[in-house]
Design a protein around this ligand. Structure first.
Ligand SMILES: *Cc1c(COP(=O)(O)O)cnc(C)c1O
Length: 479
């Protein structure tokens, strides 16, 4: 049965999914209905179940198959954590409930903050920001407050390497800073000479994405920290991709002053799933008093309460942020433990290097001589020159082979980029199948390029007009 028809078109007058026979209580018949002529679709139970099951099959998710969407981390998140986040004791509490009645919720927030401090090597954490980019904005606002608090008013510039995530310069501009871009060196790390030239009395901070958007670890981190700190600037760590390093190295130990994490990438909430996210920000002691209000403290008698700081930048979320995401992250961290957190990162890196080794002779990998971290960027530039097949065509062809495409055309510093992030939960058989699929697509590109240019051939929708799909959405059934 297909889902091509809308449920309204499948409606058959008088069909019922469930009925109550001869009720022994009075039938409730409201005197005035809220609306007349509801026009609900009428279907039998089995027709209804088939309709939604068919619809669910039209979408591809990590529960259907391999989903190596680089930089977005569409990793499998244990169902247990979803279950815990649905406990009524948590979902039914009111955000204005008295502290004494929600001690368990406060304990979760406190415990998670403590765990994230340990994982990042920071002295204090706020859980409030609702996304990674929101965390960046929050962290930069804290940095601005710090310089202002010291009367250092000339620091208006944020240095951003070209291998940074695109949200970094955007957040810096949003927070009122001027963005100074610096190039990468031969080894695809920060160009230290360019950094020395850029850092000065007007530097507020350097924002570093590590691993970089090329999936490479920034090796010169100590030299970078030294240059920026001796110029009086601070160091901001974009830790959205902590997947690769958690439990192994800590931003705090590398010399960073502020860091944000993406709980909805690394700590058991899906990214890009359309649901809420969470981008906690950690900082060193000197910046702590500027963190958003309120935060949770543990009192001497073992109880928890909210605390406020007179110097806070204020609130950045309604109430306390996305609490149920904290719950999933906390459950994830507690189930894995310190050892499991580290093994998760090691698995992510191992899987990415395995996939990379299996395809890089056909799809050259940027910085490919080095080991990658949890992801890598392959290029289809050569393929395009040879047979006119682009990164987009390869991505579409993978759909026919049961695989979700990798991230395309990002980062922009690589031509015809395909960015792969297999994640730690995939087994060797899945990775081998992906390697086989990518190699088969490469052969097909040479043998029958026409076929690839019109792929996918087995998907419900082949090549939508992406501009129209975004700009003129048809979301209503009629008119
Ligand atoms: C995903 C990502 C972000 C942005 O996070 P959002 O939650 O999507 O706003 C920032 N930096 C890096 C490196 C990322 O991968």
């Amino acid at each position: 049965m297909s889902a091509d028809n809308l449920i309204f078109e499948k409606s058959s007058l008088g069909a019922r999914a469930a009925t109550i026979r001869n009720p022994d209580v009075p039938v409730y018949a409201p005197s005035c209905a809220l609306r007349e002529n509801f026009d609900f679709p009428e279907l039998t139970e089995v027709a209804l179940v088939r309709h939604y099951t068919a619809l669910s099959r039209m979408a591809f998710g990590v529960d259907n198959g391999f989903y190596p969407l680089g930089s977005c981390t569409m990793k499998y998140n244990p169902k247990l954590n979803e279950e815990i986040a649905s406990f009524e004791g948590f979902t039914d509490i009111h955000p204005l409930a008295p502290e004494g009645s929600v001690q368990g919720a406060l304990e979760v927030m406190y415990g998670l903050s403590e765990a994230l401090k340990e994982i990042t090597g920071m002295d204090a954490v706020t859980l409030q920001p609702a996304a990674g980019a929101h965390g960046e904005y929050t962290g930069l606002s804290i940095i601005a407050a710090y310089h202002k608090g010291r009367g250092d008013l000339a620091r208006k510039k944020i240095i951003v390497p070209d291998s940074a995530h695109g949200t970094n310069p955007a957040s810096a501009a949003m927070a009122g800073f001027e963005v100074i871009n610096i190039p990468s060196d031969e080894g695809k790390g920060v160009d230290l000479d360019a950094l020395r030239a850029a850092a000065g009395a007007d530097t507020a901070a350097l924002m570093l994405t590590n691993p970089t958007t090329l999936g490479l670890f920034e090796k010169n981190i100590e030299a970078i920290a030294e240059i920026v700190h001796s110029a009086g600037g601070l160091l901001y760590y974009d830790g959205a991709n902590l997947n690769a390093v958690m439990g192994i190295v800590r931003p705090g130990d590398m010399g960073f002053d502020v860091v944000h994490l993406n709980l909805h990438k690394t700590f058991s909430t899906p990214h890009g799933g359309g649901g809420p996210g969470s981008g906690p920000v950690g900082c060193k002691r000197a910046l702590e008093k500027y963190l958003p209000d309120p935060h949770v403290i543990k009192n001497a008698d073992g109880t928890y309460s909210f605390a406020y700081s007179g110097d806070s930048i204020g609130k950045v979320s309604s109430f306390y942020g996305n609490f149920l995401v904290y719950l999933k992250a906390y459950a994830y961290i507690l189930t894995l433990g310190a050892e499991g957190i580290r093994r998760s990162a090691e698995g992510a890196v191992l899987n990415a290097n395995y996939l990379k080794a299996g395809i890089s002779d056909l799809y050259p990998v940027e910085g490919g001589a080095r080991h990658c971290m949890h992801e890598f960027v392959a290029s289809c530039e050569r393929l395009k020159e040879e047979c006119g097949v682009s990164a987009m065509d390869v991505a579409k062809a993978l759909i026919d082979r049961g695989m979700h495409p990798p991230t395309m055309y990002f980062p922009t510093i690589v031509h015809e980029a395909l960015m792969f992030e297999p994640t730690e939960t995939e087994d060797k058989a899945t990775l081998d199948a992906a390697i086989e699929a990518l190699r088969a697509v490469y052969d097909e590109a040479h043998a029958d390029p026409e076929k690839l240019v019109s792929a996918p051939h087995n998907a419900v929708i082949s090549r939508p007009d992406e501009v129209l799909a975004a700009k003129r959405q048809i979301l209503r059934w009629k008119g």
